[in-house]
Every structure is written in structure tokens, then in C-alpha cells.
Design a protein around this ligand. Structure first.
Ligand SMILES: C[S@@+](CC[C@H](N)C(=O)[O-])C[C@H]1O[C@@H](n2cnc3c(N)ncnc32)[C@H](O)[C@@H]1O
Length: 246
């Protein structure tokens, strides 16, 4: 369970003034972003967390944060249609357990705070636990500018990118996800794809091209420099995995 690591992403966010976070929780990531971006928009599904965190950060004096309540998979679909400027998306919304979890049999002991999912009962499906796929699809389809996607918890995915089950606690389920799909969604807009040792994924992408010259340039970059960077990052990870087993 991570925190927003500004240091890891600093070189990718030059010239970006707006940060969008999914999964506000207690605002620890929100606060770091508010200190380092001009504006922050953060989305939380749980009404209590939304209310208490917005109250707390407003009392701390933050005036550059917009707190949005709702399912980030839906909220981001509308939001991305109206955003015009380069944006950093910190996609961190996921069920992190509640009182229904058998914490005794889990290595991670939880946040001791109930977190939300979009399901109707105690055993949410993988889709109801993690809205990540809907979030990335909305960004790829609706958001026209360039930006960066930052995803935490890469340890919840296999080396090939398949979502895993029961990693942090029994019942946690990322199995409907496959990181490969995100490459399909963003296509030739991709300019960098970096799996960090510290278990974050950074995806950098270009704007939707407006002219055929821009389209040509984007394809050329994608087929040369992007593929080279992607290949060297994966070769390094593969070698590390062969040598160290992680
Ligand atoms: C790991 S915590 C987020 C931590 C926070 N980003 C930070 O850096 O401190 C995940 C949060 O996502 C929320 N969540 C779960 N599903 C959601 C959804 N579909 N839409 C918005 N928030 C969601 C949970 O209630 C929880 O507060």
C-alpha cells in the first residue's frame, strides 16, 4: 500500500500544473500533490472519507483542491471531457478492505478504516474493487491533451501484467485487469512506459494529434524511441527477475 512518491515522478511532470487523484482516502497523497501542483482534483467513493478529508485539508488552509464524491470510473469519464491542459493522473482508487475482511490470515493488517467498493454486498467482484480499467479507458478516449498516469501497487500484477488475487489481504482481487490493455487503449499516444523498482508504473502519453503531420510524427516516435525505451526497461526488469527473482 503506497503513498504518492513525488521524487519518483518529478522528471515526468515538468510543465504539468494539474493533478487528478482517484481514491482520496485520508488525503496524504492529496496534500503532497497540493503542495507541488497548482490545482488538484481528487475523487473518493466513500462519503465519510470524502467529507472528513475535505474538511481536514480545508482547515489546514488548502484552497487549491477540489474534492469530488463518487465512483472514479464514472466521475473521471465526465471530468476528462472537460480538461484541456496537461494533467498528471494518480490512479489509486481501489477497495483496501473493511470490517468484513479476515485480517488475521492476511500479512498486511489493513488501514483500520473501512474503504469503499462499488459492489452491493460483502464480497465484491474484481471489477467492483478496482476501477482502474475504466479510468484508463476514459483518459484514452476523452482526454485530448498530453499527460502522465501514475499507478501504485504494481506488486498486485504479475510480471506479464496480469492482475493477481489475495496479495495484500484475502479477498482482494485484481484478476480482471491486464496492464497490456492500457497499451492498447493509448496506442501510438504512448511516449514512455516505466515500471519502477519501487512498484509504481509511470505511463507518459502525448495529446490526440490534430493534423496529419502531428499524426505522422507521433507514429514515428512511437515506433522508434518509445519502443526502444519500453524494450530496455523490460529487458532490465527481466534480467533482474532472472538474477534476483524479483
Ligand atoms: C489506497 S486508498 C487511496 C490512498 C490515497 N490515494 C493516498 O495516497 O493516501 C484507496 C481509496 O480508494 C477509494 N475507492 C475505492 N473504490 C473507489 C471508486 N470506485 N471510486 C473512488 N474511490 C474509490 C477507497 O474508499 C479508498 O479510500
Amino acid at each position: 500500500m503506497g503513498v504518492f512518491r513525488l521524487k519518483k515522478i518529478k522528471k515526468y511532470i515538468k510543465d504539468i500544473d494539474l493533478a487528478v487523484e482517484t481514491g482520496t482516502f485520508k488525503g496524504d497523497g492529496t496534500r503532497v500533490m497540493a503542495d507541488n501542483f497548482k490545482k488538484v482534483k481528487t475523487i473518493e467513493l466513500d462519503p465519510t472519507l470524502h467529507r472528513e478529508t475535505s474538511k481536514k485539508l480545508k482547515e489546514e488552509g488548502y484552497t487549491n483542491i477540489e474534492f469530488l464524491l463518487g465512483d472514479s470510473g464514472e466521475v473521471i469519464d465526465t471530468l476528462t471531457k472537460s480538461l484541456k491542459e496537461p494533467t498528471m493522473f494518480y490512479l489509486d482508487a481501489h477497495w483496501s478492505g473493511d470490517a468484513s475482511v479476515d485480517w488475521e490470515s492476511s500479512d498486511w493488517k489493513g488501514y483500520q478504516t473501512n474503504t469503499a467498493h462499488t459492489g452491493k454486498d460483502e464480497k465484491p467482484t474484481s471489477e467492483e474493487q478496482v476501477p482502474l480499467d475504466r479510468e484508463v479507458l476514459a483518459i484514452a478516449n476523452n482526454f485530448r491533451s498530453n499527460g502522465v498516469i501514475y499507478i501504485d501497487d504494481l506488486d498486485k500484477f504479475s510480471f506479464s501484467g496480469k492482475g493477481l488475487k489475495d496479495k495484500a489481504f484475502k479477498g482482494e482481487d485484481y484478476s480482471h485487469l491486464d496492464l497490456k490493455m492500457f497499451r492498447t487503449y493509448l496506442g501510438t499516444r504512448l511516449t514512455d512506459w516505466k515500471n519502477l523498482k519501487s512498484q509504481q508504473l509511470i505511463i507518459k502519453f502525448d495529446k490526440i494529434p490534430e493534423t496529419s503531420a502531428e499524426k505522422f510524427q507521433q507514429k514515428l516516435y512511437y515506433n522508434t524511441l518509445y519502443k526502444l525505451k519500453y524494450f530496455s526497461n523490460y529487458s532490465y526488469l527481466y534480467l533482474r527477475w532472472l538474477i534476483k527473482g524479483k
